[in-house]
Design a protein around this ligand. Sequence first.
Ligand code: HDE
Length: 694
Amino acid sequence: MSSTTNGKLADLNKETVNAGDKQHMTTDYGIKISDPDHTLRVVDEKRTGPALLEDQIAREKIMRFDHERIPERVVHARGTGAFGTFKLFESAEDVTTAGVLTDTSRETPLFLRFSTVQGSKGSADTVRDVRGFAVKMYTDEGNWDIVGNNIPVFFIQDAIKFADAIHAVKPEPHNEVPQGQSAHNNFWDFQYLHSETTHMNQWIMSDRSIPRSFRMMQGFGVNTYSLVNKEGKRTFVKFHFTPELGVHSLVWDEALKINGQDPDFHRKDLMEAIDNGHFPRWKFGLQLLPEEKLDDFEFDPLDATKVWPEELIPIRYIGQLELNRNVDEFFTQTEQVAFCTSHIVPGIDFSDDPLLQGRNFSYFDTQLSRLGANWQELPINRPVCPYMSIVNRDGAMRHRITKGTVNYWPNRFDANPPATPAEGGFASHPQKVQGHKKRGFSEKFKEHYNQAQVFYNSLSPIEKKHVASAFSFELDHCDDPVVYKRMSERLTAIDLDLAKTVATNVGGDKPTKPTKENKGLKAKGLSQLEYMPEKPTIETRRISILIADGFDFNQYTTMKEALTKQGAFVFTIGAQRQGVTSESGQTVIPDHFFVGMRSTLFDAVYVPGGKHVETLSKNGVAKHWIAESFAHLKAIAGSNEAVPFIQRQINLPEVEVAQNGSALKESYGVVTGYGDAASLLKVGQIGPDAKELA
Ligand code: HDE
């Protein structure tokens, strides 16, 4: 969608200036500046004397700089955003009147911000953490924000506990350590003392918390909202976004290394895909629960520490979210965007989900301290539909000018009248409430382990192993025995073997019996292996080709072209960037040289044949590239002379390689072969469809 058809981009264009223009430099009050490089001062040929306070130009520049920073978000400070569109394929008019969910002719512009939770604004991207998935849809009826995560449940049940939960995970107060991770005493102390976190603990210790890309993770609204249809009937709803590319994760060692090698890995990955026209897409779905069925489950559907099992409440996919444009400026767009769970449009309403109730207060409030009273007027936040309140006005940095003599309702002119529901006015669903005014929860909120166990049971063996390793890593970083002993003991409520493994690794007491018997119950949709792309693809995958002087040019170009044709992003990594010469005399300018990059930043590697293998065999970085790619389960391919080179680095006799000219073999994702590169492509292990690739 271009900025002429996307209503929000057109709106932002009104505020956009081009830093590249040759327009003269001015002060902020408009006078042209003749010397931006020297302060007004007392100066002669011999001496540079003191600066003069009179220099309004220098003062403006210095003072503006002094005030460039605003408070970072108290949580989710590290983030990246992009613009996109929402399309509806199927009307949900049976359950809602919301235009965005019923009018299939619309394309609704949106902004999506991804984030991590724990780290500061400058922390690394690939930390183990929940990822935020916050969507602002600029609908014809006002802004609708779904402020979700990539994990469908949350740590706590009551918003009053949020400050404790966040203090416990954030760097500890005495020394501001650790940054960008939850592996410390306070976090796990809190987790143990709140058994309601047990379910979320399983999710965050799974591969879900180290995604390969923002483009390859699910988004969940987490909290329960309501939809209301034209008959006034209410249906509870959970929102789902399922990525077209499937759900994929890094391996932990890789994530740790990328944190140092390229802390911006995820934000660059998103920008790279969008800039190259590979727009990430998510299917949008609803889980719907008619109001009268609220009591039909052994858990309370309004408890945000529980999922709605898909066997009981299937997802109805009705639309698609696409990201198709990067931001023009980080601060005014990604940093100043402000989400509010309370931003809903007619046809959508809240529920009594106790987390949502608290969030509805918190988000608006936090924007006031982050951005000031007029935060909704900021270009990125204002709606694209007409909006007007003669009462909400003034405050710091108000810039809209509202003409007229009255600023209250009702007024003698009938200025700024409310709209009836028939005219599109928002009307809260008339909900009947009952109960006693007291602190606490109803009975079903008190069960904390069932779904945690089902989640663990539903994982594949390798995913389970990763959960055990993740708990072991985290608790190993806790040096208080009270913390790691109690937490490894808590795992007996999930699975005795898991508890034993973790206790052994981290020095917990040896668990002997389960605190909750594991009957092996499983459910759909929990293992991320269920979310593979409908059509396997290497689109947008980053593939490295290693070359040094003497590489086989034909093999290099055949492979590069075939991969590029399939939408992969191919990078040539050479012994030097000045130019690498092939056996047949052609020179290639590599994208990077060996030491500038690492295997971790790519999904696969290819080594063409040729005499260059002699150089590669003596180069520690090139050798490590192959060994590390193998350890991180990447696809590896090689031709001719590269075959024994690859095998030496992998050093596993059971990984077979071809022994003669015609044979092509693959094993453990390693594809090697003799002959031209085109015949290697036929193996099809590095692409979607062997025939297509060849
Ligand atoms: Fe947030 N959360 N949250 N949160 N949250 C914020 O609002 C809060 C919760 C989530 O990209 C803050 O604008 C409370 C659940 C995302 O700008 C703050 C509670 C979920 C983002 C806040 C929760 C989230 C935030 C800080 C417990 C998943 C980043 C800055 C009741 C559904 C949005 C801001 C962005 C940000 C409060 C729990 C997701 C302080 C009180 C559950 C994605 O208002």
